[in-house]
Design a binder for this molecule. Structure first.
Ligand code: ATP
Length: 236
């Protein structure tokens, strides 16, 4: 479904991502793990049209989407839940969700709103509340629900568990599991490598701007050279 080939992205003279190769098959849940500053957000942003790659290509369902804008990608079925949620604090929960469904027809949008209400009861309960008043866990649910409103064929998430209390981290991983059981295709950046490897079919390990390993959780956990990916605060 998604093929990333030799993708390189620079910030000025710094190559934050070098020759990245990555593939996500339809219905797969793929994790992207690695220490702070490894380039995970850069890779996701380069796929999602937030950053312009200096070299390489991104292909989605056979079409070259390298450098496409986020709006164009949304219409093609590629959605991103960005780091730090980035929801509209002054707008209500429901207004945020409607914005997520902007590419859908009116009827479809209403149907999706109902679906999100069932999946995220707290969002239904607080639908008239300004999103700025939501807790961290609720905001994350809203950010994910907003992305789901676009009926994405590929959903990418950047650090969905970041800054959440442990019980809410569980909620996020339960949600990933439930999306996976529905056959959704996900690419998820996570600092929490241990949990991500349990939740994903496969994962890629990024370090200093390069993909240094890929495989199933079982395969990656057996690699002693990747030990530092799972400890030192990144695997907890
Ligand atoms: P984190 O988990 O801390 O978000 P990450 O793996 O997502 O880390 P990136 O945010 O992609 O890493 O950063 C990769 C490298 O690029 C880092 O060395 C970072 O300092 C650098 N970098 C990121 N954004 C910029 C920017 N806007 N300008 C210059 N350098 C940047």
């Amino acid at each position: 479904m998604l093929e990333v080939s030799r993708l390189t992205t620079r910030y000025g003279a710094i190559s934050a991502l070098r020759d990245a190769e990555l593939r996500v098959g339809s219905g797969e849940v793929v994790g992207l793990i690695g220490p702070n500053g490894a380039g995970k957000t850069t890779l996701l942003g380069s796929i999602a049209g937030l950053l312009s790659p200096a070299a390489g290509s991104v292909t989605f369902e056979g079409a070259d989407i390298t450098g496409h804008s986020p709006e164009k990608l949304l219409r093609l079925g590629v959605a991103l839940v960005p780091e730090h949620r980035r929801i509209f604090g002054d707008l209500t929960v429901e207004e945020n969700l409607k914005i997520g469904g902007i590419t859908q027809s009116r009827d479809e949008r209403a149907e999706l709103l109902d679906e999100m209400g069932e999946r995220f009861p707290v969002l239904r309960e607080k639908r008239t509340v300004a999103a700025g008043y939501l807790s961290g866990g609720e905001s994350q649910q809203l950010a994910i629900a907003r992305a789901l409103m676009s009926k994405p064929r590929l959903l990418m998430m950047d650090e969905p568990s970041l800054g959440l209390a442990p019980v809410l981290v569980d909620v996020v991983f339960e949600l990933i599991e439930s999306l996976r059981s529905q056959g959704r295709t996900l690419l998820v950046v996570e600092q929490n490598a241990t949990r991500m490897l349990e939740a994903a079919d496969r994962a890629y390990v990024l370090r200093s701007g390069e993909i240094v390993a890929q495989g199933t959780g079982a395969e990656l956990r057996e690699r002693p050279d990747l030990f530092d990916t799972f400890v030192g605060g990144n695997g907890q």
